[in-house]
Design a protein around this ligand. Structure first.
Ligand code: UDP
Ligand code: MN
Length: 330
């Protein structure tokens, strides 16, 4: 009798355990199906391409160039739970920057009386990378622009130049690097040679497909004067024409911005020592057609002294040697 009782009890326990297992299995199945077929789109697990087509999505772009894509199902209202479930972090390709950048302000107030420090410039431009490099975070710029500045003993001007130009270039959505080509020693200043050297040296640092030459004391008075390349070499400072002849002889046009937006403010200064006007400058210009074939990039001789990357610019110091003596007049 008691054996029979024990047997029955054991049977009941076994059945109960079996039932429990079944219930557990069923709950697991329901949970599994609920999560994977209803809340997630089951097709997404097999076909990720269709996934984005089937959903409306919106982006929140982040300054580092990646964008967060929130997938928002068929309904317009997206509950936070659904967002949590469907949140994916994707690297979406950025669009190309528009030809006419949004957010330009036009005429600018330029003054050189305030106290300017490199620390202030740095504080104002936290997203400029080491060496004075920047690229827009929300679009891909069509060109990489090297901005080349001939330089010696003009630290005061440089601070103002960086203070004004970094924000302008950022608004213009330019992918750029700032290069100061610093002439070593106290020999005669040779701006043209520094520009040629700058062209050679910046290409060692990064790939550029556009070169803009600027004086350190010239600030554009309007941010619609874009610092990038056009089909033809462009003459930025149209009010400061002292440079265009080389280019015209090569059969290229110098394009000019609208006279209203092409205005520059120049920092007033005394003439520097060792930068006296070359008495032969007019004869030299007349002979350019002959001399330009031997003179320039092809025959560039100089010594690289130092390359230093500062937060707001790259400094390239070069020894350009001494120029051949000027023949005495008469
Ligand atoms: N420059 C310089 N140090 C000098 C002389 C010239 O850095 O001692 C550079 C600087 O970028 C300057 C440009 O060369 O803006 C043109 O020289 P400068 O300003 O003397 O010419 P100007 O005022 O006659 O246009
Ligand atoms: Mn000047």
């Amino acid at each position: 009798m008691s054996r029979l009782m024990l047997g029955k009890t054991l049977e009941r326990i076994c059945k109960a355990v079996l039932l429990l297992c079944l219930v557990h299995f069923l709950i697991m199945m329901i949970f599994y199906l609920d999560v994977y077929t209803q809340r997630f789109d089951i097709f997404s697990r097999f076909n990720t391409r269709n996934y984005s087509k089937m959903h409306q999505y919106f982006n929140i772009s982040k300054p580092n160039g990646t964008s967060l894509t929130f997938l928002g199902g068929e309904d317009h209202f997206v509950s936070s739970r659904k967002l949590e479930n469907n949140l994916t972090v994707t690297k979406k390709p950025l669009p190309m920057c528009p030809d006419v950048p949004q957010g330009l302000v036009g005429r600018l107030l330029i003054e050189f009386n305030s106290l300017m420090t490199m620390e202030k410039v740095q504080r104002e431009n936290p997203d400029v990378r080491e060496g004075g490099k920047y690229k827009p975070s929300d679009c891909i710029a069509k060109q990489r622009v090297a901005i080349i500045i001939p330089f010696r003993h003009r630290e005061h001007h440089l601070k103002f130049w960086l203070h004004y130009l970094h924000p302008i270039l950022r608004r213009q959505k330019i992918n750029y690097g700032i290069y100061i080509i610093n002439q070593h020693g106290e020999g005669m200043f040779n701006r043209a040679k520094l520009l040629n050297i700058g062209y050679m040296e910046v290409l060692k640092d990064a790939e550029y497909d556009c070169f803009v030459f600027s004086d350190v004391d010239l600030i554009p008075m309007d941010d619609r004067n874009l610092y990038h390349c056009y089909d033809q070499p462009r003459h930025f400072a149209i009010a400061m024409d002292k440079f265009g002849f080389r280019i015209t002889l090569k059969g290229m046009k110098v394009s000019r911005p609208d006279s209203k937006i092409g205005k520059y403010r120049m920092i007033k200064h005394e003439r520097d020592k060792h930068n006296e006007p070359n008495p032969q400058r007019f004869t030299k210009i007349q002979n350019t057609k002959v001399t330009m074939k031997q003179d320039g990039i092809n025959s560039l001789k100089y010594k690289l002294v130092n390359v230093a990357k500062y937060p707001m610019y790259t400094n390239i110091t070069v020894d350009i040697g001494t120029p051949p003596p000027r023949p005495s007049r008469g």
